[in-house]
Design a binder for this molecule. Sequence first.
Ligand SMILES: Cc1cc2nc3c(=O)[nH]c(=O)nc-3n(C[C@H](O)[C@H](O)[C@H](O)COP(=O)(O)O)c2cc1C
Length: 173
Amino acid sequence: MVTIIASTNRPGSSTLQLAQYYQKRLAQKGLKTNLLSLTELPDNLIKTDLYGKRSQEFEKIQQLITNTDKFLFVIPEYNGSFPGVLKVFIDACSFPESFYEKKAALVGLSSGKYGNIRGIDHFTGVCHYIHLNVMPLKIHISSIKKEFNESGDIIPEDTLRYTEEQMDKFIKF
Ligand SMILES: Cc1cc2nc3c(=O)[nH]c(=O)nc-3n(C[C@H](O)[C@H](O)[C@H](O)COP(=O)(O)O)c2cc1C
């Protein structure tokens, strides 16, 4: 099973828009995926699901994660790194069955110039620690607001080339 994770809980995020774009293109290439947006996390997650606790609401998400072999994380740049809610989510997931010896591809985005290069590096370190094998081709999309047309499709040719290459490699990964 393959799951795309839109790695912020900010309502109306470009991250979710980009994750939906990846889901659509992967489906067109023949790969069925689930999409988990971190907006779906329980509001009270830091009280209900850390340090051995488990809520019914999170249990459904845990089942999805446990049953997933391959992840695609779409990760926005927040204060020069990945969002804190993504780390809380990883900390809340059961160890080792959530991510251990599984596979992941990473996509960074930002409204600024750098496309979350540093946050993707930081998150790669976390992935390695939990033995989640990261696909070498990582994508960094800067100035995200200029990337989509009205139908939610990516328009710049260079972004299209890199995202298509990443998706094709992810399917084979
Ligand atoms: C808390 C927070 C911190 C942010 N920090 C940065 C930053 O360090 N660099 C940057 O280019 N954009 C930053 N942004 C803007 C995001 O990159 C921008 O909102 C982009 O659309 C991706 O985030 P989104 O998925 O929440 O829309 C920040 C946004 C938020 C909400």
